[in-house]
Design a protein around this ligand. Structure first.
Ligand code: GDP
Ligand code: CA
Length: 324
Protein backbone atom coordinates (compact mmCIF):
# COMPACT_ATOMS: atom_id res chain seq x y z
CA UNK A 1 0.00 0.00 0.00
CA UNK A 2 3.07 2.16 0.24
CA UNK A 3 2.50 3.96 -3.03
CA UNK A 4 -1.28 4.12 -3.06
CA UNK A 5 -2.78 7.61 -3.56
CA UNK A 6 -6.46 8.18 -2.81
CA UNK A 7 -8.39 11.41 -3.29
CA UNK A 8 -11.79 12.02 -1.72
CA UNK A 9 -14.05 14.68 -3.22
CA UNK A 10 -16.29 15.83 -0.38
CA UNK A 11 -19.04 18.28 0.50
CA UNK A 12 -20.28 18.89 4.06
CA UNK A 13 -22.12 16.31 6.15
CA UNK A 14 -22.09 13.38 3.68
CA UNK A 15 -18.55 14.32 2.70
CA UNK A 16 -17.35 14.41 6.30
CA UNK A 17 -18.79 10.94 6.99
CA UNK A 18 -16.75 9.53 4.10
CA UNK A 19 -13.69 11.52 5.20
CA UNK A 20 -13.98 10.11 8.72
CA UNK A 21 -14.38 6.63 7.25
CA UNK A 22 -11.14 6.90 5.30
CA UNK A 23 -9.34 8.57 8.22
CA UNK A 24 -10.35 5.66 10.49
CA UNK A 25 -9.34 3.04 7.91
CA UNK A 26 -6.06 1.43 6.92
CA UNK A 27 -6.04 3.89 3.98
CA UNK A 28 -5.76 7.06 6.11
CA UNK A 29 -2.15 7.82 5.22
CA UNK A 30 -2.87 7.34 1.49
CA UNK A 31 -5.75 9.84 1.50
CA UNK A 32 -6.15 13.55 0.74
CA UNK A 33 -9.46 15.37 0.54
CA UNK A 34 -10.62 18.04 -1.89
CA UNK A 35 -13.45 20.01 -0.25
CA UNK A 36 -16.21 22.31 -1.47
CA UNK A 37 -15.83 26.08 -1.11
CA UNK A 38 -18.88 27.15 -3.10
CA UNK A 39 -21.22 27.32 -0.06
CA UNK A 40 -18.96 30.08 1.33
CA UNK A 41 -20.48 33.43 2.21
CA UNK A 42 -19.98 36.52 4.31
CA UNK A 43 -21.85 37.03 7.59
CA UNK A 44 -21.25 40.00 9.93
CA UNK A 45 -18.18 40.86 7.85
CA UNK A 46 -16.71 37.37 8.38
CA UNK A 47 -15.93 34.80 5.68
CA UNK A 48 -17.63 31.50 6.49
CA UNK A 49 -16.71 28.26 4.71
CA UNK A 50 -19.27 25.77 6.01
CA UNK A 51 -18.28 22.58 4.18
CA UNK A 52 -14.57 23.00 4.89
CA UNK A 53 -15.30 23.66 8.57
CA UNK A 54 -17.58 20.61 8.73
CA UNK A 55 -14.69 18.50 7.41
CA UNK A 56 -12.21 20.00 9.89
CA UNK A 57 -14.52 19.80 12.91
CA UNK A 58 -15.56 16.22 12.03
CA UNK A 59 -12.03 14.93 11.48
CA UNK A 60 -10.87 16.79 14.60
CA UNK A 61 -13.77 15.30 16.61
CA UNK A 62 -15.01 18.80 17.45
CA UNK A 63 -18.27 18.50 15.49
CA UNK A 64 -21.70 18.61 17.11
CA UNK A 65 -22.61 14.99 16.36
CA UNK A 66 -26.36 15.59 16.76
CA UNK A 67 -26.57 18.40 14.20
CA UNK A 68 -23.73 17.13 12.01
CA UNK A 69 -22.34 20.68 11.74
CA UNK A 70 -21.00 23.33 14.12
CA UNK A 71 -18.87 22.81 17.23
CA UNK A 72 -19.74 20.56 20.14
CA UNK A 73 -20.18 22.23 23.55
CA UNK A 74 -21.06 25.42 21.69
CA UNK A 75 -22.57 28.62 23.17
CA UNK A 76 -24.26 31.51 21.34
CA UNK A 77 -23.54 34.67 23.34
CA UNK A 78 -22.21 36.64 20.39
CA UNK A 79 -25.16 35.72 18.17
CA UNK A 80 -27.63 36.79 20.90
CA UNK A 81 -25.91 40.15 21.14
CA UNK A 82 -25.91 40.58 17.35
CA UNK A 83 -29.61 39.77 17.38
CA UNK A 84 -30.19 42.44 20.05
CA UNK A 85 -28.39 44.84 17.74
CA UNK A 86 -30.99 44.12 15.06
CA UNK A 87 -28.82 41.89 12.89
CA UNK A 88 -30.09 38.88 10.93
CA UNK A 89 -29.03 35.82 12.87
CA UNK A 90 -30.67 32.96 10.95
CA UNK A 91 -27.19 31.64 10.15
CA UNK A 92 -26.36 29.97 13.45
CA UNK A 93 -22.74 30.81 14.21
CA UNK A 94 -21.68 29.76 17.71
CA UNK A 95 -19.01 31.44 19.80
CA UNK A 96 -16.30 28.80 19.19
CA UNK A 97 -17.23 28.62 15.51
CA UNK A 98 -16.96 32.42 15.24
CA UNK A 99 -13.30 32.20 16.27
CA UNK A 100 -12.71 30.12 13.12
CA UNK A 101 -14.42 32.75 10.95
CA UNK A 102 -12.60 35.66 12.62
CA UNK A 103 -9.30 33.85 12.10
CA UNK A 104 -10.07 32.97 8.47
CA UNK A 105 -11.18 36.53 7.67
CA UNK A 106 -8.20 38.22 9.35
CA UNK A 107 -5.69 35.88 7.71
CA UNK A 108 -7.26 36.43 4.30
CA UNK A 109 -7.10 40.21 4.87
CA UNK A 110 -3.34 39.77 5.37
CA UNK A 111 -3.12 38.03 1.99
CA UNK A 112 -2.95 34.43 3.26
CA UNK A 113 -4.63 32.07 0.77
CA UNK A 114 -7.80 30.18 1.67
CA UNK A 115 -5.80 26.95 1.23
CA UNK A 116 -3.20 28.01 3.79
CA UNK A 117 -5.91 29.13 6.21
CA UNK A 118 -7.53 25.70 5.84
CA UNK A 119 -4.22 23.96 6.56
CA UNK A 120 -3.69 26.07 9.69
CA UNK A 121 -7.22 25.41 10.96
CA UNK A 122 -6.87 21.68 10.26
CA UNK A 123 -3.57 21.63 12.18
CA UNK A 124 -5.16 23.38 15.16
CA UNK A 125 -7.80 20.62 15.28
CA UNK A 126 -5.29 17.79 14.91
CA UNK A 127 -6.52 16.75 11.46
CA UNK A 128 -3.92 14.56 9.79
CA UNK A 129 -5.56 13.90 6.42
CA UNK A 130 -4.70 16.85 4.13
CA UNK A 131 -7.67 19.03 3.14
CA UNK A 132 -7.08 20.74 -0.21
CA UNK A 133 -9.22 23.38 -1.89
CA UNK A 134 -10.22 23.16 -5.57
CA UNK A 135 -9.41 26.86 -6.01
CA UNK A 136 -8.34 29.86 -3.96
CA UNK A 137 -10.70 32.04 -6.00
CA UNK A 138 -14.23 32.78 -4.85
CA UNK A 139 -16.84 30.45 -6.35
CA UNK A 140 -20.40 30.71 -5.04
CA UNK A 141 -23.35 28.46 -5.77
CA UNK A 142 -26.60 30.29 -6.47
CA UNK A 143 -30.04 28.72 -6.64
CA UNK A 144 -32.78 29.94 -8.97
CA UNK A 145 -36.24 29.80 -7.36
CA UNK A 146 -39.62 31.15 -8.55
CA UNK A 147 -38.77 34.29 -6.51
CA UNK A 148 -35.43 34.73 -8.32
CA UNK A 149 -31.80 33.83 -7.69
CA UNK A 150 -30.78 33.19 -4.07
CA UNK A 151 -27.34 32.79 -2.55
CA UNK A 152 -26.80 29.19 -1.46
CA UNK A 153 -27.10 29.96 2.27
CA UNK A 154 -30.25 32.06 1.71
CA UNK A 155 -31.78 29.01 0.04
CA UNK A 156 -30.33 26.34 2.34
CA UNK A 157 -30.49 27.92 5.79
CA UNK A 158 -32.76 30.98 5.65
CA UNK A 159 -35.39 29.35 3.41
CA UNK A 160 -34.80 25.80 4.76
CA UNK A 161 -34.50 24.43 1.17
CA UNK A 162 -38.28 25.00 0.78
CA UNK A 163 -38.49 26.93 -2.53
CA UNK A 164 -38.80 25.07 -5.79
CA UNK A 165 -35.40 24.79 -7.50
CA UNK A 166 -35.43 25.93 -11.12
CA UNK A 167 -31.70 26.05 -11.72
CA UNK A 168 -28.31 26.29 -10.03
CA UNK A 169 -25.16 28.12 -11.06
CA UNK A 170 -21.59 28.38 -9.78
CA UNK A 171 -20.71 32.08 -9.86
CA UNK A 172 -17.03 32.62 -10.61
CA UNK A 173 -16.30 28.98 -11.45
CA UNK A 174 -15.56 29.27 -15.15
CA UNK A 175 -12.75 31.78 -14.47
CA UNK A 176 -11.50 30.10 -11.30
CA UNK A 177 -7.92 28.84 -11.29
CA UNK A 178 -7.43 25.41 -9.71
CA UNK A 179 -4.90 25.12 -6.88
CA UNK A 180 -1.68 23.38 -7.95
CA UNK A 181 -2.02 21.06 -4.92
CA UNK A 182 -5.46 19.84 -6.01
CA UNK A 183 -4.33 19.32 -9.60
CA UNK A 184 -1.20 17.41 -8.54
CA UNK A 185 -3.23 15.33 -6.11
CA UNK A 186 -5.74 14.34 -8.81
CA UNK A 187 -3.03 13.64 -11.37
CA UNK A 188 -1.18 11.29 -9.00
CA UNK A 189 -4.28 9.51 -7.74
CA UNK A 190 -4.79 5.78 -8.16
CA UNK A 191 -8.33 6.01 -6.83
CA UNK A 192 -10.70 8.98 -6.66
CA UNK A 193 -13.59 8.44 -4.27
CA UNK A 194 -16.62 10.70 -4.58
CA UNK A 195 -18.35 10.99 -1.22
CA UNK A 196 -22.13 10.53 -0.90
CA UNK A 197 -22.44 14.33 -1.10
CA UNK A 198 -24.96 16.40 -3.00
CA UNK A 199 -23.88 15.79 -6.63
CA UNK A 200 -25.15 19.16 -7.85
CA UNK A 201 -24.09 21.69 -5.22
CA UNK A 202 -21.28 19.93 -3.31
CA UNK A 203 -19.46 17.79 -5.88
CA UNK A 204 -20.84 19.75 -8.85
CA UNK A 205 -19.30 22.94 -7.49
CA UNK A 206 -15.85 21.30 -7.20
CA UNK A 207 -16.16 19.96 -10.77
CA UNK A 208 -17.31 23.39 -11.97
CA UNK A 209 -13.70 24.59 -11.76
CA UNK A 210 -12.80 23.60 -15.34
CA UNK A 211 -9.23 22.43 -14.64
CA UNK A 212 -10.48 20.13 -11.87
CA UNK A 213 -12.99 18.34 -14.11
CA UNK A 214 -10.36 18.06 -16.88
CA UNK A 215 -7.76 16.71 -14.45
CA UNK A 216 -10.14 14.00 -13.25
CA UNK A 217 -11.11 13.05 -16.80
CA UNK A 218 -7.46 12.65 -17.82
CA UNK A 219 -6.03 11.30 -14.55
CA UNK A 220 -6.22 7.58 -15.29
CA UNK A 221 -7.43 7.09 -11.71
CA UNK A 222 -10.21 4.64 -10.94
CA UNK A 223 -13.16 6.87 -10.02
CA UNK A 224 -15.78 5.47 -7.66
CA UNK A 225 -18.77 7.38 -6.28
CA UNK A 226 -20.94 6.51 -3.29
CA UNK A 227 -24.58 7.35 -3.97
CA UNK A 228 -26.16 9.83 -1.52
CA UNK A 229 -29.57 8.26 -2.26
CA UNK A 230 -30.95 5.32 -0.35
CA UNK A 231 -34.22 3.94 -1.74
CA UNK A 232 -34.55 7.01 -3.97
CA UNK A 233 -34.37 9.39 -1.01
CA UNK A 234 -31.71 11.66 0.45
CA UNK A 235 -30.75 11.21 4.09
CA UNK A 236 -31.09 14.97 4.39
CA UNK A 237 -30.84 18.03 2.19
CA UNK A 238 -32.09 19.06 -1.24
CA UNK A 239 -30.13 16.72 -3.53
CA UNK A 240 -33.38 15.13 -4.79
CA UNK A 241 -35.03 18.36 -5.95
CA UNK A 242 -31.72 19.59 -7.35
CA UNK A 243 -31.25 16.42 -9.40
CA UNK A 244 -34.75 16.93 -10.76
CA UNK A 245 -34.07 20.58 -11.67
CA UNK A 246 -30.92 19.45 -13.51
CA UNK A 247 -33.03 17.02 -15.56
CA UNK A 248 -31.61 13.94 -13.83
CA UNK A 249 -33.62 11.08 -12.36
CA UNK A 250 -33.73 10.74 -8.57
CA UNK A 251 -32.04 7.33 -8.47
CA UNK A 252 -28.68 5.65 -9.13
CA UNK A 253 -28.95 6.50 -12.81
CA UNK A 254 -29.33 10.18 -12.00
CA UNK A 255 -26.21 10.07 -9.81
CA UNK A 256 -24.32 8.26 -12.57
CA UNK A 257 -25.44 10.90 -15.09
CA UNK A 258 -23.77 13.62 -12.96
CA UNK A 259 -20.39 11.87 -13.22
CA UNK A 260 -20.77 10.01 -16.54
CA UNK A 261 -17.70 11.50 -18.23
CA UNK A 262 -15.25 9.89 -15.81
CA UNK A 263 -17.02 7.41 -13.52
CA UNK A 264 -15.80 3.79 -13.29
CA UNK A 265 -17.95 2.56 -10.43
CA UNK A 266 -20.98 3.43 -8.34
CA UNK A 267 -21.67 2.22 -4.82
CA UNK A 268 -25.39 1.78 -4.16
CA UNK A 269 -27.29 0.66 -1.11
CA UNK A 270 -28.58 -2.89 -0.72
CA UNK A 271 -32.17 -1.61 -0.88
CA UNK A 272 -31.44 -0.33 -4.42
CA UNK A 273 -29.97 -3.63 -5.55
CA UNK A 274 -32.31 -3.92 -8.55
CA UNK A 275 -30.78 -0.75 -10.05
CA UNK A 276 -27.41 -2.49 -10.42
CA UNK A 277 -28.21 -4.37 -13.65
CA UNK A 278 -29.02 -1.26 -15.67
CA UNK A 279 -25.86 0.45 -14.41
CA UNK A 280 -23.74 -2.57 -15.29
CA UNK A 281 -25.27 -2.62 -18.76
CA UNK A 282 -23.94 0.91 -19.16
CA UNK A 283 -20.45 -0.41 -18.46
CA UNK A 284 -20.23 0.67 -14.83
CA UNK A 285 -18.81 -1.48 -12.04
CA UNK A 286 -21.34 -1.61 -9.20
CA UNK A 287 -20.79 -2.34 -5.52
CA UNK A 288 -24.02 -3.11 -3.65
CA UNK A 289 -23.63 -2.76 0.11
CA UNK A 290 -25.28 -0.99 3.07
CA UNK A 291 -24.35 2.70 2.69
CA UNK A 292 -25.97 4.33 5.72
CA UNK A 293 -23.15 5.54 8.00
CA UNK A 294 -23.88 6.35 11.61
CA UNK A 295 -21.04 4.95 13.70
CA UNK A 296 -17.31 5.36 13.08
CA UNK A 297 -17.20 1.63 12.42
CA UNK A 298 -19.88 1.90 9.71
CA UNK A 299 -17.98 4.79 8.12
CA UNK A 300 -14.67 2.97 8.19
CA UNK A 301 -16.19 -0.36 7.00
CA UNK A 302 -17.94 1.27 4.05
CA UNK A 303 -14.95 3.31 2.93
CA UNK A 304 -12.60 0.33 3.31
CA UNK A 305 -14.96 -1.75 1.13
CA UNK A 306 -15.09 1.07 -1.42
CA UNK A 307 -11.29 1.25 -1.69
CA UNK A 308 -10.92 -2.54 -1.75
CA UNK A 309 -13.53 -2.84 -4.48
CA UNK A 310 -11.76 -0.13 -6.50
CA UNK A 311 -8.40 -1.85 -6.06
CA UNK A 312 -9.76 -5.24 -7.15
CA UNK A 313 -11.61 -3.86 -10.20
CA UNK A 314 -8.57 -1.79 -11.22
CA UNK A 315 -6.43 -4.89 -10.89
CA UNK A 316 -8.86 -6.93 -13.03
CA UNK A 317 -8.85 -4.25 -15.73
CA UNK A 318 -5.06 -4.00 -15.74
CA UNK A 319 -4.87 -7.80 -15.97
CA UNK A 320 -7.35 -7.82 -18.86
CA UNK A 321 -5.36 -5.13 -20.67
CA UNK A 322 -2.15 -7.12 -20.26
CA UNK A 323 -3.83 -10.29 -21.52
CA UNK A 324 -5.25 -8.66 -24.65
P1 GDP B 1 -23.88 19.18 3.01
O1 GDP B 1 -22.82 19.97 2.31
O2 GDP B 1 -23.82 19.29 4.49
O3 GDP B 1 -25.24 19.38 2.42
O4 GDP B 1 -23.51 17.67 2.77
P2 GDP B 1 -23.03 16.84 1.52
O5 GDP B 1 -23.32 17.51 0.23
O6 GDP B 1 -21.64 16.37 1.77
O7 GDP B 1 -23.94 15.57 1.69
C1 GDP B 1 -25.36 15.65 1.59
C2 GDP B 1 -25.83 14.31 1.10
O8 GDP B 1 -25.29 13.30 1.94
C3 GDP B 1 -27.33 14.13 1.15
O9 GDP B 1 -27.78 14.01 -0.16
C4 GDP B 1 -27.52 12.82 1.94
O10 GDP B 1 -28.46 11.97 1.30
C5 GDP B 1 -26.15 12.20 1.90
N1 GDP B 1 -25.84 11.38 3.08
C6 GDP B 1 -25.75 11.81 4.34
N2 GDP B 1 -25.46 10.78 5.16
C7 GDP B 1 -25.35 9.68 4.38
C8 GDP B 1 -25.05 8.30 4.64
O11 GDP B 1 -24.82 7.88 5.77
N3 GDP B 1 -25.04 7.46 3.57
C9 GDP B 1 -25.31 7.88 2.30
N4 GDP B 1 -25.28 6.99 1.31
N5 GDP B 1 -25.60 9.18 2.02
C10 GDP B 1 -25.60 10.06 3.04
CA1 CA C 1 -22.61 22.11 1.85
Amino acid sequence: MADLTITLLAGGVGGAKAAEGLAASQYASATSIIGNIADDDEFHGLWVSPDIDTLIYSLGDQIDRVQGWGRKNETHQVLKELNALGQNTWMTLGDLDLATHIYRTSQKAKGVSASDVTTALAKRHGVRVPILLPTNDVVQTRVKTPAGWLSFQDFFVREHCQPEVLDTEYKGASDAVATPEALAQITHSDIIVIAPSNPIVSIGAILAVPEIQQAIESSGAYVIAVSPLIGGKTIKGPADKMLESAGKSIDSNGIYACYASFLNALVIDTVDQEEAIELEQKGLDVLVTPTLMKTTEEKSDLLSSVVQFALSQRHLKQGARRAS
